[in-house]
Design a protein around this ligand. Structure first.
Ligand code: NAD
Length: 253
């Protein structure tokens, strides 16, 4: 049994009940962590507040990671609310015009995809570090499209590759401070973000047909792995990309 009592976890990227962030929130809360849940903007506020109400002691905070003052503001609020942080989960990704091939990606779309999906991890970790004086765990979410080419994933695949490299560099930067940095590479899951990827159902079908477990992953299985990686049981793991994809990534044909 993983015990996270007394730990404070901030989770970024809750849009609705299908969000991977929500599965992670539920699992961290079940292990006893106190949850600070961040949502992007007013449009998502009600959903975030309704979901948070299910988790004892959870509070919600707005933060658009494309705005520096939002990031500064949320860490000030977290500092005054909790005085420390133990866990930070970054479950955020966005690529405008993802349907465009990499060849046809506009400079601004490249910039935004990397700003929201990669730089935001760096900015959030920088905000959290002073609150992790006794060490901590950082976790982000990536996809196999960072390593292999998937139809319609396009510039997001390039951004995820940068995200995975960022995990390794941050792990080295923060290791001396006893802060571990890891990523989960989740299998395909039907979420709001996934809706933007053309023919997503074909990817789901491929995992069912070709993956070792012959099924797709349940978001709560991603939540379980997040709980493990953010717990003392994973104290020797940092800079790693852990697949939670029902084994699909090991297959050839
Ligand atoms: P989701 O749509 O529920 O979550 C994406 C979140 O990113 C949303 O909450 C959205 O508000 C947030 N976001 C986007 N721009 C933001 C901004 N400027 N400021 C603050 N928040 C912002 O979808 P999800 O599938 O749960 O995605 C979570 C993470 O998991 C993403 O990094 C995604 O790439 C990754 N992932 C998803 C899958 C999948 O198949 N769904 C697989 C592997 C990895």
């Amino acid at each position: 049994m993983i015990d996270l009592k007394g730990k404070v976890a901030v989770v970024f990227g809750l849009a609705n009940k299908r969000s991977i962030a929500w599965a992670i929130c539920q699992k961290l809360a079940a292990a006893g962590a106190t949850l600070a849940i961040c949502y992007q903007n007013e449009r998502l506020q009600r959903d975030a507040q309704e979901l948070a109400a299910d988790l004892p002691g959870a509070r919600t905070f707005p933060c658009d990671v494309s705005i520096d003052s939002d990031i500064d503001g949320v860490f000030e609020q977290l500092k005054s609310a909790y005085g420390k942080l133990d866990i930070l989960v970054h479950s955020i990704g966005f690529a405008p015009n993802i349907k465009n091939t990499v060849l046809n990606t506009a400079r601004e779309d490249f910039r935004v995809a990397h700003d929201i999906s990669v730089y935001s991890l760096i900015a959030l970790v920088r905000g959290a570090e002073p609150l992790m004086a006794e060490g901590g765990c950082i976790l982000t979410l990536t996809y196999y499209g960072a390593e292999k080419v998937f139809p319609n994933y396009n510039i997001m695949g390039v951004a995820k590759a940068a995200l995975e490299a960022t995990v390794r560099y941050l792990a080295v930067d923060l290791g001396p401070k006893k802060i571990r940095v890891n990523a989960i590479s989740a299998g395909p899951i039907k979420t709001l973000a996934a809706r933007g990827i053309g023919d997503f159902s074909k990817i789901l079908t491929a995992v069912e047909e070709r993956g070792p477990l012959k099924r797709n992953v349940d978001p709560l299985e991603v939540g379980n792995t997040a709980m493990f990686l953010c717990s003392p049981l994973a104290s020797g793991i940092t800079g790693e990309i852990t697949f939670v994809d029902c084994g699909y990534n090991i297959t050839g044909l």
